[in-house]
Design a protein around this ligand. Structure first.
Ligand code: DI6
Ligand code: FE
Length: 396
């Protein structure tokens, strides 16, 4: 396939803009990208004329909880009547109400309820989506979630990366016994998931209302023993030094980071850990402390942007909306926001074969009804996707 007359944002370094560009695809790979005037003669075959439209790498949502049962509109209403996120969680609501619904659902139910959300994400330009477990909290229910997540990739034209997040919340039967939960559920479910080929990375929620670093130490040691990369929900509501702990384990990413300290930033910079910025949760929870974007930028920490799609703190399925929020709420630049859903999101997932437009990388591309990449962040809630190419195939 040959794309002609594209406004190409290669996302190499910065935008990597080429105004009147061509892209040559060979099967599911990019063979060549450059100015129309340099297009090699032997590639002048049948062409798809982009008509000057913006072409970017396919977007990558590197942090979602897209598989879950039910919704939490009632909790949304409670919070609007004055309850805090922590109060809702302590009253047995919050994550645990989704756990009850997810335990009661079959694998087929979970898949069926996830697909419409996945379709919305695809419609906003996603070609790779990470999906976490973490609402089962028993060995069998965590495996059920991961199997449903894997199945999405067989049902839709999208790459699914699965993350084991059994250390998301402490279930009622283990209240006050976090270390027993890690030993009896989190670690055994991780071993079983790895044996079944269901897991690409290991995540946990480090927070006063969830797990401490001491609780997580044996889980991260097990991840290392299994050869799996780690990530961490860190510093979302309080500073627990989670980001530095994650960086010390060579984490792919530390995510949320509203309360990240300068020590955490230095540790992430030294380890090459990506900062995953999740403005949907900040917005939904009406948080007031923004993550330290300027300090992350100054330290050279790569920043990704994701939806955090989940039924409690971020019922958001649009990556372009997340980019808009990252710019307006957190003062990221539109160029940083787009790097955050392409090149840096790929890095947060440990994927070297996508997120930029360059020879040899996967042919995952978005064609937009836009003529400058800043438009993707600038419009509020728009979905200017014109067409999407997944693995070399045009699918809309
Ligand atoms: N932090 C969050 O914002 C989500 N999980 C997490 O660790 C919330 C998930 C939920 O409320 O269902
Ligand atoms: Fe999350």
């Amino acid at each position: 396939m040959l794309l002609t007359h594209a406004t190409l944002a290669r996302m190499t370094g910065g935008y990597g803009l080429i105004p009147d560009a061509a892209v040559v695809l060979d099967g599911d790979r990019i063979l060549w990208a450059g100015p129309m005037s340099d297009l090699p003669r032997d590639h002048r075959g049948e062409a798809f004329d982009c008509g000057g439209r913006l072409v970017t790498p396919g977007l990558i949502d590197c942090h979602t909880h897209a598989v879950h049962a039910g919704h939490r509109a009632a909790e949304f209403e409670l919070r609007l009547n004055g309850a805090s996120y922590a109060e809702v969680a302590q009253a047995g609501g919050g994550i645990l109400s989704t756990v009850r619904a997810t335990r009661a659902a079959s694998g087929a139910d979970l898949l069926a309820s996830a697909l419409p959300r996945i379709d919305q994400m695809i419609a906003s330009g996603a070609t790779t989506i990470e999906v976490k477990s973490g609402y089962g909290l028993t060995v069998e229910d965590e495996l059920k979630m991961l199997r449903a997540a894997r199945q999405i990739g067989a049902e839709r034209p999208v790459t699914i990366r699965t993350t084991h997040l059994a250390a998301h919340a402490i279930p009622p039967e283990y209240q006050g016994k976090a270390n027993a939960y890690i030993a009896e559920v989190a670690i055994p479910s991780l071993r079983a998931a790895q044996a079944e080929g269901l897991v690409d990375a290991v995540d946990a929620f480090c927070e006063t209302i969830a797990f401490s670093l001491a609780d997580l130490q044996p889980l991260f040691a097990e991840a290392r023993a299994l050869g799996l990369p780690v990530k961490l929900h860190a510093e979302q509501l309080t500073d627990q030094s989670g980001a530095a702990f994650a960086a010390g384990h060579g984490a792919l990413s530390a995510d949320h980071l509203e309360y990240l300290s300068s020590g955490g930033i230095a540790a992430m910079a030294a380890a090459g850990t990506v900062a995953v910025i999740l403005p949907g949760a900040f917005y939904t929870l009406r948080e007031t402390q923004a993550p330290p974007i300027a300090a992350l930028r100054a330290a050279g920490v790569p920043m990704a942007v994701a939806t955090d799609l989940n039924p409690g703190s971020s019922p958001l399925a649009s990556l372009t909306m997340a980019m808009n929020m990252a710019c307006t709420l957190f003062r990221m630049t539109p160029e940083e926001a787009l790097l955050g859903t392409t090149a840096h999101a790929a890095r947060a997932l440990g994927l070297a074969d996508r997120g930029r437009i360059a020879p040899g990388l996967r042919a995952d591309l978005c064609l937009w009804d836009a003529d400058h990449p800043a438009e993707l962040s600038y419009r509020i809630g728009a979905t200017p996707l014109h067409a999407r190419i997944f693995g070399g195939r045009l699918d809309r």
